[in-house]
Design a protein around this ligand. Structure first.
Ligand SMILES: C[C@@](O)(CCOP(=O)(O)O)CC(=O)O
Ligand code: SF4
Length: 399
């Protein structure tokens, strides 16, 4: 791998032990993928935050790194395991919360912004077309590659963090333009009408393509909220980091630019496939005792939709909408928070139904409108899920 003089100096410790250790790991990673060089990045997004997923070993890693290194560019953090302000009201333990706060303090000691969200692109970390970044939460990776057109591999939390410290990442995979072309076509042959169907489409296709780059022909623009949902699902049932939607995503035209595009394997997705997937993602016929929305974290327009659905209603079960503190603050400013709380719901920030230890609370059935959450909650929380639209889920728990 060819390094610049500056990169060599970092590698050789001219800029401190911390940067040297980061460069050594990133150069080794680059050699595994035959990267010819390192490239500068403009932003990072770091997963591996919840005490539920990284434990004491992860806490020690972050605290230790904080003693010898600092990030050198805009770096945001993935969700934590609790709502930092409202952990007690939600029922989480002080022991877990104390450990979680130690992890967040550890990341802050490295200069990482403790935004605790998987939707950094909704709160200002919005790269431009063709920018090179190092992001690690799988839904965020899929969105920044596909909907924004910036370039990142599906980094691990640590490799994204190390890249943020040295300002470099190995040049391979999605960073190389020729690797961003489509390699499988999906003709979506039905009029989807809601987010649950879009999520089911992503879950179904993700299982087929694994880490390929699917090219979708869909008869109408799904819109940014549904593209966020589609990418999360593709990245959870498969390992998709980049997809294209004809006439919608920024690189769709370029993605067809290879000789054999028309010969690519092509699948037609019809309503039966989607309906089977919708059923497959629900694990019980019971009513949810917690409806948990916002996976990936909810946008302000998704929260507005919830407020409109619960306005003047009384909820009979718990309702959480997971999002970032920044979006929660806008929700308060717009009056949506008051409407939701008046109905009995909560806007929960900093965490989500997958990385929070909700299995330690008294819930048995979680209602979700995210195919990713429907996929992960039974596995990571050992709880049943009802997968449906936000409208149907709220009707299930309203008087
Ligand atoms: C399931 C997921 O969204 C949450 C867990 O994230 P973390 O690695 O604990 O920050 C991770 C991912 O999909 O990248
Ligand atoms: S599981 Fe969903 S809400 Fe949680 S971090 Fe991943 S995308 Fe975000």
């Amino acid at each position: 791998m060819q390094l610049t003089k500056y990169e060599e100096d970092m590698y050789n410790g001219e800029y401190g032990e911390g940067k040297a250790e980061c460069m050594e790991i990133l150069v080794s990673l680059g050699k595994i993928y035959d990267a010819e060089k390192m490239i500068p990045i403009t932003s990072a997004q770091v997963s591996g935050v919840s005490y539920k997923t990284i434990g004491d070993a992860g806490l020690d890693f972050v605290v230790d790194l904080g003693k010898k290194a600092d990030v050198t560019l805009e770096t945001m953090l993935n969700p934590a395991g609790v709502d930092i302000e409202n952990w007690q009201e939600l029922g989480f333990s002080k022991e877990f919360t104390d450990k979680q706060i130690d992890i967040i303090n550890g990341y802050e000691s490295i200069g990482v912004m403790s935004t605790c969200t998987c939707t950094p692109y909704l709160i200002g970390n919005t790269p431009m077309l063709n920018e090179h970044v190092a992001w690690s939460e799988s839904s965020a990776v899929c969105y920044v590659n596909s909907v924004i057109g910036a370039r990142t591999n599906r980094e691990g939390g640590p490799s994204a963090l190390l890249a943020a410290i040295v300002g470099r990442t190995p040049y391979y995979g999605n960073h190389i333009l020729e690797n961003r072309v489509a390699d499988m076509i999906f003709n979506v042959d039905y009029d989807f009408v809601n987010e649950a169907e879009i999520g089911a489409l992503g879950y179904y296709v993700g299982q087929i393509v694994n880490d390929k780059k699917p090219y979708f022909r869909i008869n109408k623009n799904p819109g940014r909220n549904n593209l966020k949902t589609l990418g999360a699902a593709l990245a959870s049932s498969g390992a998709v980091s980049l997809y294209h939607v004809e006439n919608v995503t920024p690189e769709a035209d370029y993605s067809r630019c290879h000789d054999s595009f028309e010969e690519l394997e092509t699948v037609t997705v019809d309503k039966n496939m989607i309906e089977e997937t919708l059923e497959q993602l629900t694990t019980t016929d019971k009513i949810p005792d917690l409806v948990c929305l916002g996976c990936p974290h909810a946008s302000i327009s998704e929260i507005q939709e919830v407020a409109n659905l619960v306005k003047d209603k009384k909820l009979t079960k718990d309702l959480w909408i997971c999002t970032s503190k920044a979006i929660k603050s806008i929700s308060k400013q717009c009056g949506y928070l008051d409407i939701i709380e008046k109905a009995g719901g909560k806007i929960v920030s900093d965490t989500c139904m997958v990385v929070a230890p909700i299995e330690e609370l008294d819930y048995e059935v979680i209602g979700v409108n995210s195919a990713k959450a429907a996929n992960y909650v039974p596995n990571m929380c050992k709880l049943d899920v009802v997968y449906d639209t936000v409208e149907n889920l709220i009707n299930m728990i309203s008087e």
